[in-house]
Design a protein around this ligand. Structure first.
Ligand SMILES: *[C@@H]1O[C@H](CO)[C@@H](O)[C@H](O)[C@H]1NC(C)=O
Ligand SMILES: *[C@@H]1O[C@H](CO)[C@@H](O)[C@H](O)[C@H]1NC(C)=O
Ligand SMILES: *[C@@H]1O[C@H](CO)[C@@H](O)[C@H](O)[C@H]1NC(C)=O
Length: 216
């Protein structure tokens, strides 16, 4: 009987090998070689953003030096830091060359924050603008935001899987400091859905109670 399982085991083993080689980069291991980004690296692990970065094939990390991180970490709880750092992970590959060749000099790019389902409008997008004199600036894509961060240097590129570049200051989108954490958001949604189902089961005579539940 055991023999029958052999081809299946071999198949699964091959599949897992493919999975390992398809996602070859490990952001934690890469940044371990750069003590300047040790705080950023530690927060990628604490917030589990490192796992999300490693599971994606085409990605750009905008890293912040320990000095630039201190302003963030001193003031904000981990959930807010997670939201902010996920805005620094671009779902596209930008090496220094591509940054300086942006068509029409400006573009909006999607970030990991957009994938949390927690980012209304342009909140999960970053504006990259090639300013005159070769300076490349970054800011929130929300209209009227300042382009307060700029490209400082290249850290590491593995074309076209992962690019790591340093920027001068954190990108802060309006509203991101007060946005709820993704898990809390889905919990609220789950509660509302449960209450909706209960309301439908018990019928309209309970609609008054349902209103009270939703408000509470
Ligand atoms: C980039 O990713 C592709 C697809 O996941 C993989 O096949 C390739 O080996 C990776 N390249 C490098 C240099 O790691
Ligand atoms: C990534 O690298 C870190 C540090 O070297 C290590 O602790 C971790 O296990 C690695 N993760 C994976 C998925 O290999
Ligand atoms: C990026 O921001 C600048 C400055 O606010 C703005 O002029 C530009 O139109 C924005 N780019 C895009 C693609 O929206």
């Amino acid at each position: 009987m055991m023999g029958a399982f052999y081809p299946l085991n071999l198949f699964l083993f091959t599949l897992s090998l493919v999975a390992i080689t398809a996602h070859a980069h490990n952001i934690t291991a890469i940044l371990d070689g750069f003590p300047d980004y040790s705080v950023y690296n530690s927060f990628l692990s604490q917030t589990k953003l490192a796992d999300e970065i490693n599971s994606r094939e085409t990605i750009t990390c905008l890293v912040l030096s320990n000095g630039a991180m201190s302003a963030l970490t001193a003031k904000h709880p981990l959930t807010v830091i997670k939201n902010i750092l996920s805005l620094h992970v671009l779902l596209d590959y930008y090496d220094p060359q591509k940054l300086h060749q942006i068509s029409k000099g400006t573009t909006l790019t999607t970030t990991l924050y957009q994938t949390t389902g927690n980012a209304p409008g342009n909140l999960g997008f970053v504006n990259i603008t090639d300013l005159q004199g070769g300076k490349v600036a970054f800011g929130s894509a929300i209209p009227g935001s300042k382009l307060d961060s700029s490209y400082t240097k290249s850290v590491k590129q593995i074309p076209y899987n992962i690019s790591i570049i340093e920027i001068s200051a954190p990108i802060i989108a309006p509203g991101i400091l007060t946005a709820p954490a993704p898990s809390h958001c889905s919990e609220v949604l789950r509660n509302i859905m449960l209450k909706t189902v209960l309301c439908e089961i018990f019928g309209h005579e309970f609609s008054g109670i349902y209103q009270v539940f939703v408000v509470s």
